[in-house]
Design a protein around this ligand. Structure first.
Ligand code: F2R
Ligand code: MG
Ligand code: MG
Length: 370
């Protein structure tokens, strides 16, 4: 695989980290004015200005666990991931974790990890969590399953890997499908031809096709009320993606209140994953009153402007822009304000080396396991 693919792997994970660190201070805000964001970014990019260092939150902490588990186990091992989540949480529980995911960690520990999916499946009276915690940490998985050869780039391998990784903490179909949507969007951003202008409608249509299959296939599972979820515009990812596509087609971008009302800025997966995708796609061209020519920065600024779950929406939008543009697309002046940038770049490199080894092994007939 090429040096540019290496840079895009690294950019994906650095994008997770930078979006999370820079968006963390705004999490829970009603909204953040564009004027404030223009000043915030100008200050950070001014080499003469010293600012307090920004630490990462649960989004990066859990992404780190997923990345290191894949790198060390060379497969998707839910037990290993569960142990890493718990040990990362115990080492630093004050990273702004979701309100109930701590119960899953505690129960995993109390049951000695005997069933890595058990505690999550009992959350919310057996409904499972539909928080965005599975989606926010999923970016290493499409890197792990990435292949340069179209024949061995098996989408079903990615979907199965995402489901396994998600179910350690999130068993609700909305939580899992949110992770699927973000993972296939990272995959598509990685595969977007470098240097070419993005056709955002075609990009969204590609995701709609896959999510229609996912929602259709899930509807057949007897124990869940999936078909109801798929028909409800609030909980169907296909319907949300159709809204994203219609927003992108407008001459004037929608006002933040409309984006917030229709797509959402909440901690639930269905009210944040499509929003992050919209921020990434809308950032492909200039946005009124957002003062930057850089797509990565613009995606983050729009994410923060919307308020609500800014660290997570910014982190997911950052992963997508990082996958599209690689390290060079991330303004270097932003990095010095964030914790652990070197580590994030290293996780990207390690996943690249793994994917490269697997691609050459699969071209010789041996396959990476999910
Ligand atoms: N927790 C936060 N932000 C809160 C403020 C943090 C503050 N800045 C600080 O510093 O302390 N952010 C993080 O949480 C989100 C990811 O959450 P995750 O991992 O999905 O957690 P959980 O607990 O599983 O779900 C989150 C909430 O969603 C609601 N919910 C989920 N499923 C539900 C269901 N079936 N029925 C009803 N409600 C459900 C609950 O309120 C959950 O607590 C990210 O934003 C991350 O940054
Ligand atoms: Mg967070
Ligand atoms: Mg958050």
């Amino acid at each position: 695989m090429s040096a540019s693919t290496l840079s895009r792997f690294q950019g994906t994970l650095l994008g997770v980290l930078v979006g999370d660190c820079l968006g963390g201070p705004f999490e829970g805000s009603k909204y953040v004015s564009k004027a404030h964001l223009n000043k915030y970014f100008a200050k950070m990019l001014d080499p003469s200005v010293r600012l307090p260092f920004k630490t990462y939150t649960d989004d990066t902490a859990m992404t780190k666990s997923v990345a290191l588990s894949l790198i060390q186990c060379r497969r998707v091992d839910p037990m290993d991931m569960a142990k890493r989540f718990v040990s990362e949480y115990n080492a630093d529980p004050k990273r702004g974790y979701g309100a109930t995911v701590g119960d899953v960690f505690q129960n995993l520990h109390l049951t000695a990890f005997e069933d890595p999916f058990g505690p999550a499946s009992r959350q919310f009276g057996g409904m499972g969590s539909y928080g965005n915690g599975a989606a926010m940490r999923i970016s290493p998985v499409p890197l792990f399953t990435h292949s340069t050869s179209d024949e061995s780039d098996d989408l079903s391998t990615l979907l199965a890997a995402v489901e396994t990784c998600s179910k350690v903490t999130h068993s609700n179909p909305l939580g899992i499908r949110g992770a699927i949507l973000h993972a296939i969007a990272v995959r598509a951003a990685l595969r977007h031809k470098a240097g070419e202008k993005m056709d955002t409608t075609a990009f969204t249509n590609g995701l709609i096709d896959i999510m229609a299959q996912v929602e259709g296939a899930d509807s057949g599972k007897a124990h869940m009320t999936h078909s109801k979820l798929d028909k409800d515009p609030e909980t169907s990812y296909v319907k949300k993606l159709e809204i994203v596509r219609s927003f992108l087609a407008l001459n004037e971008p929608p006002h933040r209140e409309e984006i917030e009302e229709v797509l959402g800025t909440a901690v639930s997966a269905h009210r944040s994953v499509p929003t992050a995708l919209y921020c990434f796609l809308a950032a492909q061209k200039p946005i009124p009153e957002i003062e930057t020519d850089n797509v990565f920065q613009r995606a983050l600024m729009l994410s923060f402007h919307l308020g609500g779950d800014t660290d997570t929406i910014g982190s997911m939008a950052g992963a997508l822009a990082g996958a599209q543009f690689g390290l060079d697309g991330i303004p270097s002046g932003l990095l010095k304000h964030c914790e652990a940038t070197k580590q994030a770049v290293q996780w990207g490199e390690d996943l690249f080396n793994l994917a490269e080894t697997s691609s050459s092994a699969s071209s010789k007939g041996t396959q990476r396991s999910s």
